[in-house]
Design a protein around this ligand. Structure first.
Ligand code: LMR
Length: 393
């Protein structure tokens, strides 16, 4: 029977990782997969994570199962980190998941269980894996306009126009901060307008927040998510610890569900059920590290300080790149790079130019011209600026 399997469409981001590895050039520049890198091109284990690992190693006396929803103290700490005081704790149901992707997958499955015929509104563009999972689950997807190719900012009027087409029973997927892949984000007042549309249409928001702390800071980055969660009767929130704790391979994430008007036992029980069906107990090691950090004042302070160093480093790279491009191009048309936030910026180059920059200059960016800003350093910023101008972007 297996001979009937069809080849799956390759994932563009993962394919690029492979191509980069196979490129023998010494001066190649990796701006592909969304992984933070320091100036030496290394993805470090954060200091607080190392310290937490030692603490866990010294104190953990069992590896037995925790619970279907994950450890309660992890859930509490993460709900607090993401939602702050926006909602009372008991208004939020939650389950630990294997990474942010696990949370996204569970959220879509939950939606499908609740409303099999419902549509999912997704920004155009979005993280390609959103589309891929939706397709795999055979959920109907509606793209809403998001990115303005000319300004490289948000095409807000079109976004609102498209979101007004949503109706009760639809799910509207929004990126809480640091939009992936564009780096273009809504302002506070624009979020207020989106909330108004959600309230008017009765559609249910789902927020994917995978980069909290990478944009304007831990609190500012969570502000929109908090506002949305407090303003609507139902919402889903998928959060990842991969980036802001740097624990990519530990697969640590959480799905939160606000379901006012639904029996709490049923809401939480459905989340637990989904965990049981898909992988039973969620992984705990990364969750234990995160909880250890968030519940220890000194570790938390050190984690926040290092995260802030990473964030400022990415902002500085953005500003330097924008300046270098201004000098070379004699125009400020690349100023948007300094305005974007998070790990990514969509350059707005055609797929042909992306290939050209890869072949001629060893610059690896995703095919839609998404650049991982954290893949740069002081030496490679001018190399990239040269390549962009040389390619005629
Ligand atoms: C990315 O967008 O590059 C990251 O979220 C990594 C991934 O799994 O695609």
């Amino acid at each position: 029977m297996f001979e009937d399997l069809k080849a799956q469409k390759p994932d563009g981001i993962l394919m690029l990782m492979q191509m980069y590895r196979e490129d023998a050039r010494d001066d190649k520049v990796d701006l592909g997969v969304g992984v933070y890198k320091d100036a030496a091109g290394h993805t470090p284990v954060m200091r607080a994570i190392k310290a937490a690992e030692q603490k866990v190693w010294e104190t953990q006396d069992s590896k037995s199962y925790v619970g279907l929803a994950g450890a309660p103290d992890f859930n509490d700490a993460m709900v607090k980190l993401v939602l702050g005081d926006a909602l009372p704790r008991d208004a939020v149901n939650s389950v630990a998941t294997p990474g942010g992707t696990g949370a996204v997958r569970q959220a879509f499955e939950l939606f499908k269980m609740a409303n099999p015929g419902g549509r999912v509104f997704v920004s155009n563009p979005t993280w390609p894996n959103h589309l891929s999972i939706l397709d795999y689950l055979a959920l109907e997807t509606v793209l809403y306009r998001y990115f303005d190719d000319t300004t490289r900012g948000v095409d807000f009027d079109s976004l609102i126009e498209d979101l007004k087409q949503a109706r009760k029973g639809d799910l509207v997927l929004l990126h809480g901060c640091c939009h992936n892949p564009t780096g273009a984000n809504l302002t506070g007042p624009q979020w207020d307008e989106v909330i108004k549309v959600l309230q008017d249409t009765g559609a249910t928001p789902m927020i994917d927040i995978a980069y909290q702390g990478f944009g304007d800071g831990l609190e500012v980055d969570a502000a929109a998510t908090r506002k949305v969660a407090a303003a609507v009767p139902e919402c889903l929130i998928a959060a990842s610890c991969s980036k802001n704790f740097g624990i990519y391979r530990e697969r640590t994430g959480i799905l939160m569900m606000v379901a006012n008007g639904t029996d709490k036992g049923i809401a939480q029980g459905t989340l637990n059920f989904l965990n049981r069906q898909n992988y039973s107990f969620p992984p705990d090691h990364g969750a234990r590290l995160v909880t250890t950090i968030l519940n220890d004042d000194a570790l938390r302070a050190d984690w926040m300080a290092e995260l802030e160093e990473m964030r400022i480093g990415m902002l500085t790279l953005r500003e330097t790149l924008a300046k270098e491009l201004e000098q070379r191009s004699g125009s400020n048309r690349f100023g948007f790079i300094a305005q974007h936030r998070g790990m990514f910026s969509r350059l707005g180059a055609s797929p042909e130019l992306v290939v050209k920059m890869r072949e001629e200059s060893g610059i690896y960016m995703v095919g839609d011209s998404r650049m991982n800003i954290a893949g740069l350093n002081a030496q490679t910023v001018p190399v990239l600026a040269d390549a962009i101008v040389k390619a005629g972007v």
